[in-house]
Design a protein around this ligand. Structure first.
Ligand SMILES: Cc1ncc(COP(=O)(O)O)c(C=O)c1O
Length: 383
């Protein structure tokens, strides 16, 4: 006999998928090979570094006495000295007092923002903040409000109505826009309003600061910033994340952050990737410079060849807006680029608000000037 309740549940899922497909927004996994990478977050080429691979292999020999997996939550069987040593390295590197590892950037933001602000507190977050920050705030008992993207006036006005402990949450480089937050002004405003500033450094780590420490350190704001979220899936080419801040914050998260407490710690391999990554990162100045040069060149080429609206290139991420045609046009353009052997993805609603769909081009230290120029020409041709 058919299982009626299971069939009903399946129909509900199917209806939602059909609805999304009809809107032209169905997400699907795909694999690609043989394309020039203008899509991944491997800004510095760490994920493909043979030097890093060799260092990790050597470290695995050295640490072969450790278990492969953490074997439990870090509060139970899952903690060992390598975690603690790595967290000290991370804290020092990013000029903080202490650091606590999480299993991903998503988990770090959810774990931090669901636990830290309490009932009666107020959080203001930039409207362009990553989904993980918004999800964390949805789990918090504090009140949270967005402010207009990078708009200090809007934030200033909203701060006047805050109650309890106040937090301001931003990204130093925005994941979708690729633009920078006005961190100095934000830090000043937070100081005046007695608000604690939290900075997600996901897209700045590796690229900014004398050793790729991130924007907080690059601007010397470590004393003014309450917590930095450092993620390892982008320029570090790895996985995991850390919250860097006061020792009391680390102790607090160990006690109250459910995304830290109720999960198995990172496997040893993941820790060794980070340990080795941190030894390579200071040496990657040439890569840091190259990414910025290529981003600037692509923006210039796009303006010159195609008159394309492409906000100032400030990071490895460029948002390319194509004026007419919306999602359908962008999807066609991405397919055209794929045929031309370029891997570039469109960012569509609901990931960004309707009307703000764009191509998101990411440049890497391993891209060449020729590839950049080829891509600009292909975009001009296909748009
Ligand atoms: C700003 C920002 N924070 C956090 C994350 C999540 O990091 P992870 O991929 O390590 O989960 C991302 C990922 O895209 C991001 O862009």
């Amino acid at each position: 006999m058919a299982n009626v309740s299971k069939n009903n549940a399946l129909k509900k899922l199917q209806d939602k998928l059909t609805e999304r497909a009809a809107q032209g927004n169905l997400r699907q996994l795909k694999t690609t090979t043989g394309l020039t990478d203008f899509c991944s977050n491997d800004y510095l080429g760490m994920a493909r570094s043979e030097k890093l691979r060799a260092a990790i292999q050597a470290a695995e020999q050295h640490y072969s006495h450790l278990p492969l997996g953490a074997t439990g939550s870090r509060l139970l069987s899952g903690n060992h000295l390598l975690f603690e040593e790595l967290e000290e390295t991370i804290a020092r590197y990013h000029h903080g007092e202490a650091a606590l590892l999480f299993n991903s950037g998503y988990a770090a933001n959810v774990g931090l923002l669901s636990a830290l602000p309490q009932r009666g507190d107020t959080v203001f977050y930039d409207e362009a903040s990553h989904a993980s920050m918004k999800d964390g705030l949805r789990l918090s008992f504090a009140k949270s409000y967005s402010f207009r993207h990078n708009n200090l006036q809007d934030l200033k006005q909203k701060l006047q109505h805050a109650t309890g402990q106040v937090y301001v949450v931003v990204e130093s480089v925005y994941s979708m826009e690729g633009d920078k937050a006005p961190l100095q002004e934000l830090a000043q405003l937070c100081q005046q309003a007695d608000a604690a500033l939290i900075v997600d450094e996901a897209h700045a780590v590796g690229l900014y600061g004398p050793k790729g420490e991130g924007m907080t350190v690059a601007l010397g704001l470590q004393e003014q910033v309450f917590a930095q979220v450092i993620t390892y899936g982008k320029a570090m080419g790895a996985h995991g994340a850390a919250v860097v801040g006061p020792q009391a914050l680390r102790n607090f998260l160990i006690n109250f952050s459910r995304a830290f407490i109720y999960t198995t710690g990172l496997p040893t391999h993941a820790l060794l990737v980070l340990k080795c990554g941190y030894t390579l990162l200071p040496e990657m100045d040439a890569e840091r410079q190259k990414v910025k040069m290529l981003a600037g060149h692509l923006a210039t080429q796009l303006n010159k060849i195609a008159g394309i609206r492409c906000p100032a290139a400030e990071s490895a991420i460029l948002s390319v807006f194509v004026d007419e045609g919306g999602s359908a046009k962008l999807k066609d353009l991405a397919l055209f680029l794929e045929k031309e052997k370029f891997d570039v993805r469109p960012v569509l609603s609901p990931t960004v608000p309707k009307g703000q769909e764009r191509l998101r081009v990411i440049v890497h230290a391993y891209n060449t000037l020729q590839e950049i120029e080829g891509l600009a020409e292909a975009i001009a041709q296909g748009k």
